[in-house]
Design a protein around this ligand. Structure first.
Ligand code: ADP
Length: 484
């Protein structure tokens, strides 16, 4: 990995704008999933550093929270510019520790940066209200205030964007943050911290704890009385644990958890649009996003046409190390991810699924899986209820709109859903009936800074991005003036 700006490769814990080795000098290795090579040994933060980071955040919150939003926004804008200036290096770092193709990594860096730019502005628009008083001698108003010190816990599948989507609105609102990035991808988090320091954030506003001890540190972050809010993106299973732990001190939570996205291809869909949208949703990041298509439901009258075109397109996807141009499918993140896909495939095949493309590990390397299509899927298969998180298209057939809706909603998850139709009244009807926080209509790419991202049901709650994103980090104070 040849970075132009070598200062982006940081390996220590970041607290109070200082780089600290772990107290016991413990480290853990970060590997490149494309070839298994070691990228770096990174300091392994423990409970002690977690408490230190919280103390730093508590201290700076006293002044950061009352710093004018415009001043905070100016620092965020500077951070945004530095991220853009270093976009190529950040993308390379991202591909190296996470595996996604370089073009996708660059796209993620730009998407990640867009939250910083957006919330630099949104911080200035956190208006309160004046409320018409029901009595003569009183005046009622509200103001919005930063909630306090925030703990953010992020996953490995978007090592840049999942961080900026949380910390940018938190900073803009006036909060200080203690971030625990995923153990597979701490390097992007540390690079972002370096650029944040260069941008001029006061010491303690942003603290980053790379660690292998997620559960132990999660325990501290969710029970410490000085933390007001926990924002988490990851599995529903871990979300439940964090929610339970946060109950002891009644923390505010934002949870962006697992998904089980249906893609519905109705018989009046444009085949080329449906194929393009389904591929975009299914195969981005080798299928490792929480909004990736998990179940592809195809209406029987369009089945043959859709499948012919879809097979052709999936077959053309280039698998390989993401640093090479033209590669579209990189490796899975680790061995456990490959095993999960293999287990789900074995289960589906044992229950009647037919492999029409791929269906096994790729010879590109240990962690690569071939772009795969299986047909004859049904609700009894485990992959109908579990996130596949791999490049496997599971195809189901349906007859009526009612059946498609029932199948789509038959899951505990409710993050993203997609469908393809040219019929506008059908589009309204279906969109309203899907129990999902996000619906893509004739479109597989739906994430934008300007739009609210988040789920319903056990996909969690809270919204990230958009004008709603900053609300997650603020509280409303109502003031009643009497004797007027
Ligand atoms: P995934 O299956 O995508 O890896 P996880 O929910 O396991 O999702 O991980 C998402 C984030 O949650 C990572 O930063 C991980 O280290 C962290 N994490 C995992 N288990 C816990 C836990 N018990 N407490 C706090 N954080 C955790």
């Amino acid at each position: 990995m040849q970075l132009t700006n070598t200062t982006l490769l940081q390996k220590d814990i970041f607290i109070n704008n200082q780089w600290l080795p772990a107290e016991d000098n413990g480290t853990f290795a970060v590997y490149n999933p494309a070839d298994g090579s070691k990228v770096a040994d990174v300091a392994n933060a423990t409970v002690k550093e977690t408490e230190q980071a919280i103390a730093a955040a508590v201290e700076v919150f006293k002044t950061w929270s009352s710093t004018p939003a415009k001043t905070r926004g100016a620092i965020l804008k500077k951070w945004y510019e530095l991220i853009l200036d270093n976009a190529n290096d950040l993308a390379l770092l991202l591909t190296t520790e996470q595996g996604k193709p370089l073009s996708e990594a660059k796209g993620e860096v730009m998407y990640g940066a867009s939250f910083v730019e957006w919330f630099a502005e949104e911080g200035r628009r956190t208006y309160g209200e004046t409320i018409p008083s029901p009595v003569q001698d009183k005046r009622l108003i509200t103001i919005k205030q930063p909630i306090g010190v925030v703990a953010a816990i992020t996953p490995w599948n978007f090592p840049v964007a999942m961080i900026t989507r949380k910390v940018a609105p938190a900073f803009a609102a006036g909060c200080a943050v203690v971030l625990k990035p995923a153990e597979d991808t701490p390097l992007c988090a540390l690079a972002l911290a370096k650029l944040a320091m260069d941008a001029g954030f006061p010491a303690g506003v942003f603290n980053v704890l790379p660690t292998m001890q997620a559960a132990e540190i999660g325990q501290v972050l969710t029970t410490h009385p000085a933390i007001a809010k926990v924002s988490f993106t990851g599995s529903t299973e871990v979300g439940r644990i964090l929610m339970k732990q946060s109950a002891s001190t009644v923390k505010k939570l934002s949870l962006e958890l697992g998904g089980n996205a249906p893609v519905i291809v109705f018989d009046d869909a444009k085949v080329d649009v449906a194929v393009k949208g389904t591929i975009a949703s299914k195969y981005r990041n080798a299928g490792q996003t929480c909004v990736c298509a998990n179940r592809i439901l195809v209406q029987e009258n369009i089945y043959e046409n859709f499948m012919n075109a879809y097979k052709k397109a999936v077959k053309n996807l280039q698998v390989g190390n993401g640093v090479h141009a033209d590669v579209e499918i990189g490796p899975l993140i680790n061995e456990a991810a490959v095993q999960k896909v293999e287990t789900l495939m074995d289960d589906a095949i044992s229950k009647g699924a037919e492999v029409v493309l791929g269906g096994k590990k790729s010879n590109a390397g240990d962690l690569f899986y071939e772009p795969t299509i299986i047909t004859h899927c049904n609700a009894n298969m485990r992959l109908s209820n579990a996130e596949i998180f791999g490049p496997v298209s599971a195809i189901y057939v349906f007859k009526t709109d009612e059946e498609a809706i029932a199948l789509s909603n038959a899951t505990e998850y409710g993050l993203a859903a997609y469908f393809f139709t040219e019929n506008v009244s059908r589009a309204w009807r279906i969109a309203e009936q899907l129990q999902y926080g996000i619906v893509g209509i004739n479109e597989g790419i739906i994430s934008y800074t300007e739009a609210p991202f988040g789920g319903v049901k056990q996909s969690g709650y809270g919204r990230e991005g958009s004008r709603y994103g900053i609300e997650e980090y603020m509280t409303i104070k109502y003031m009643c003036f009497g004797d007027i």
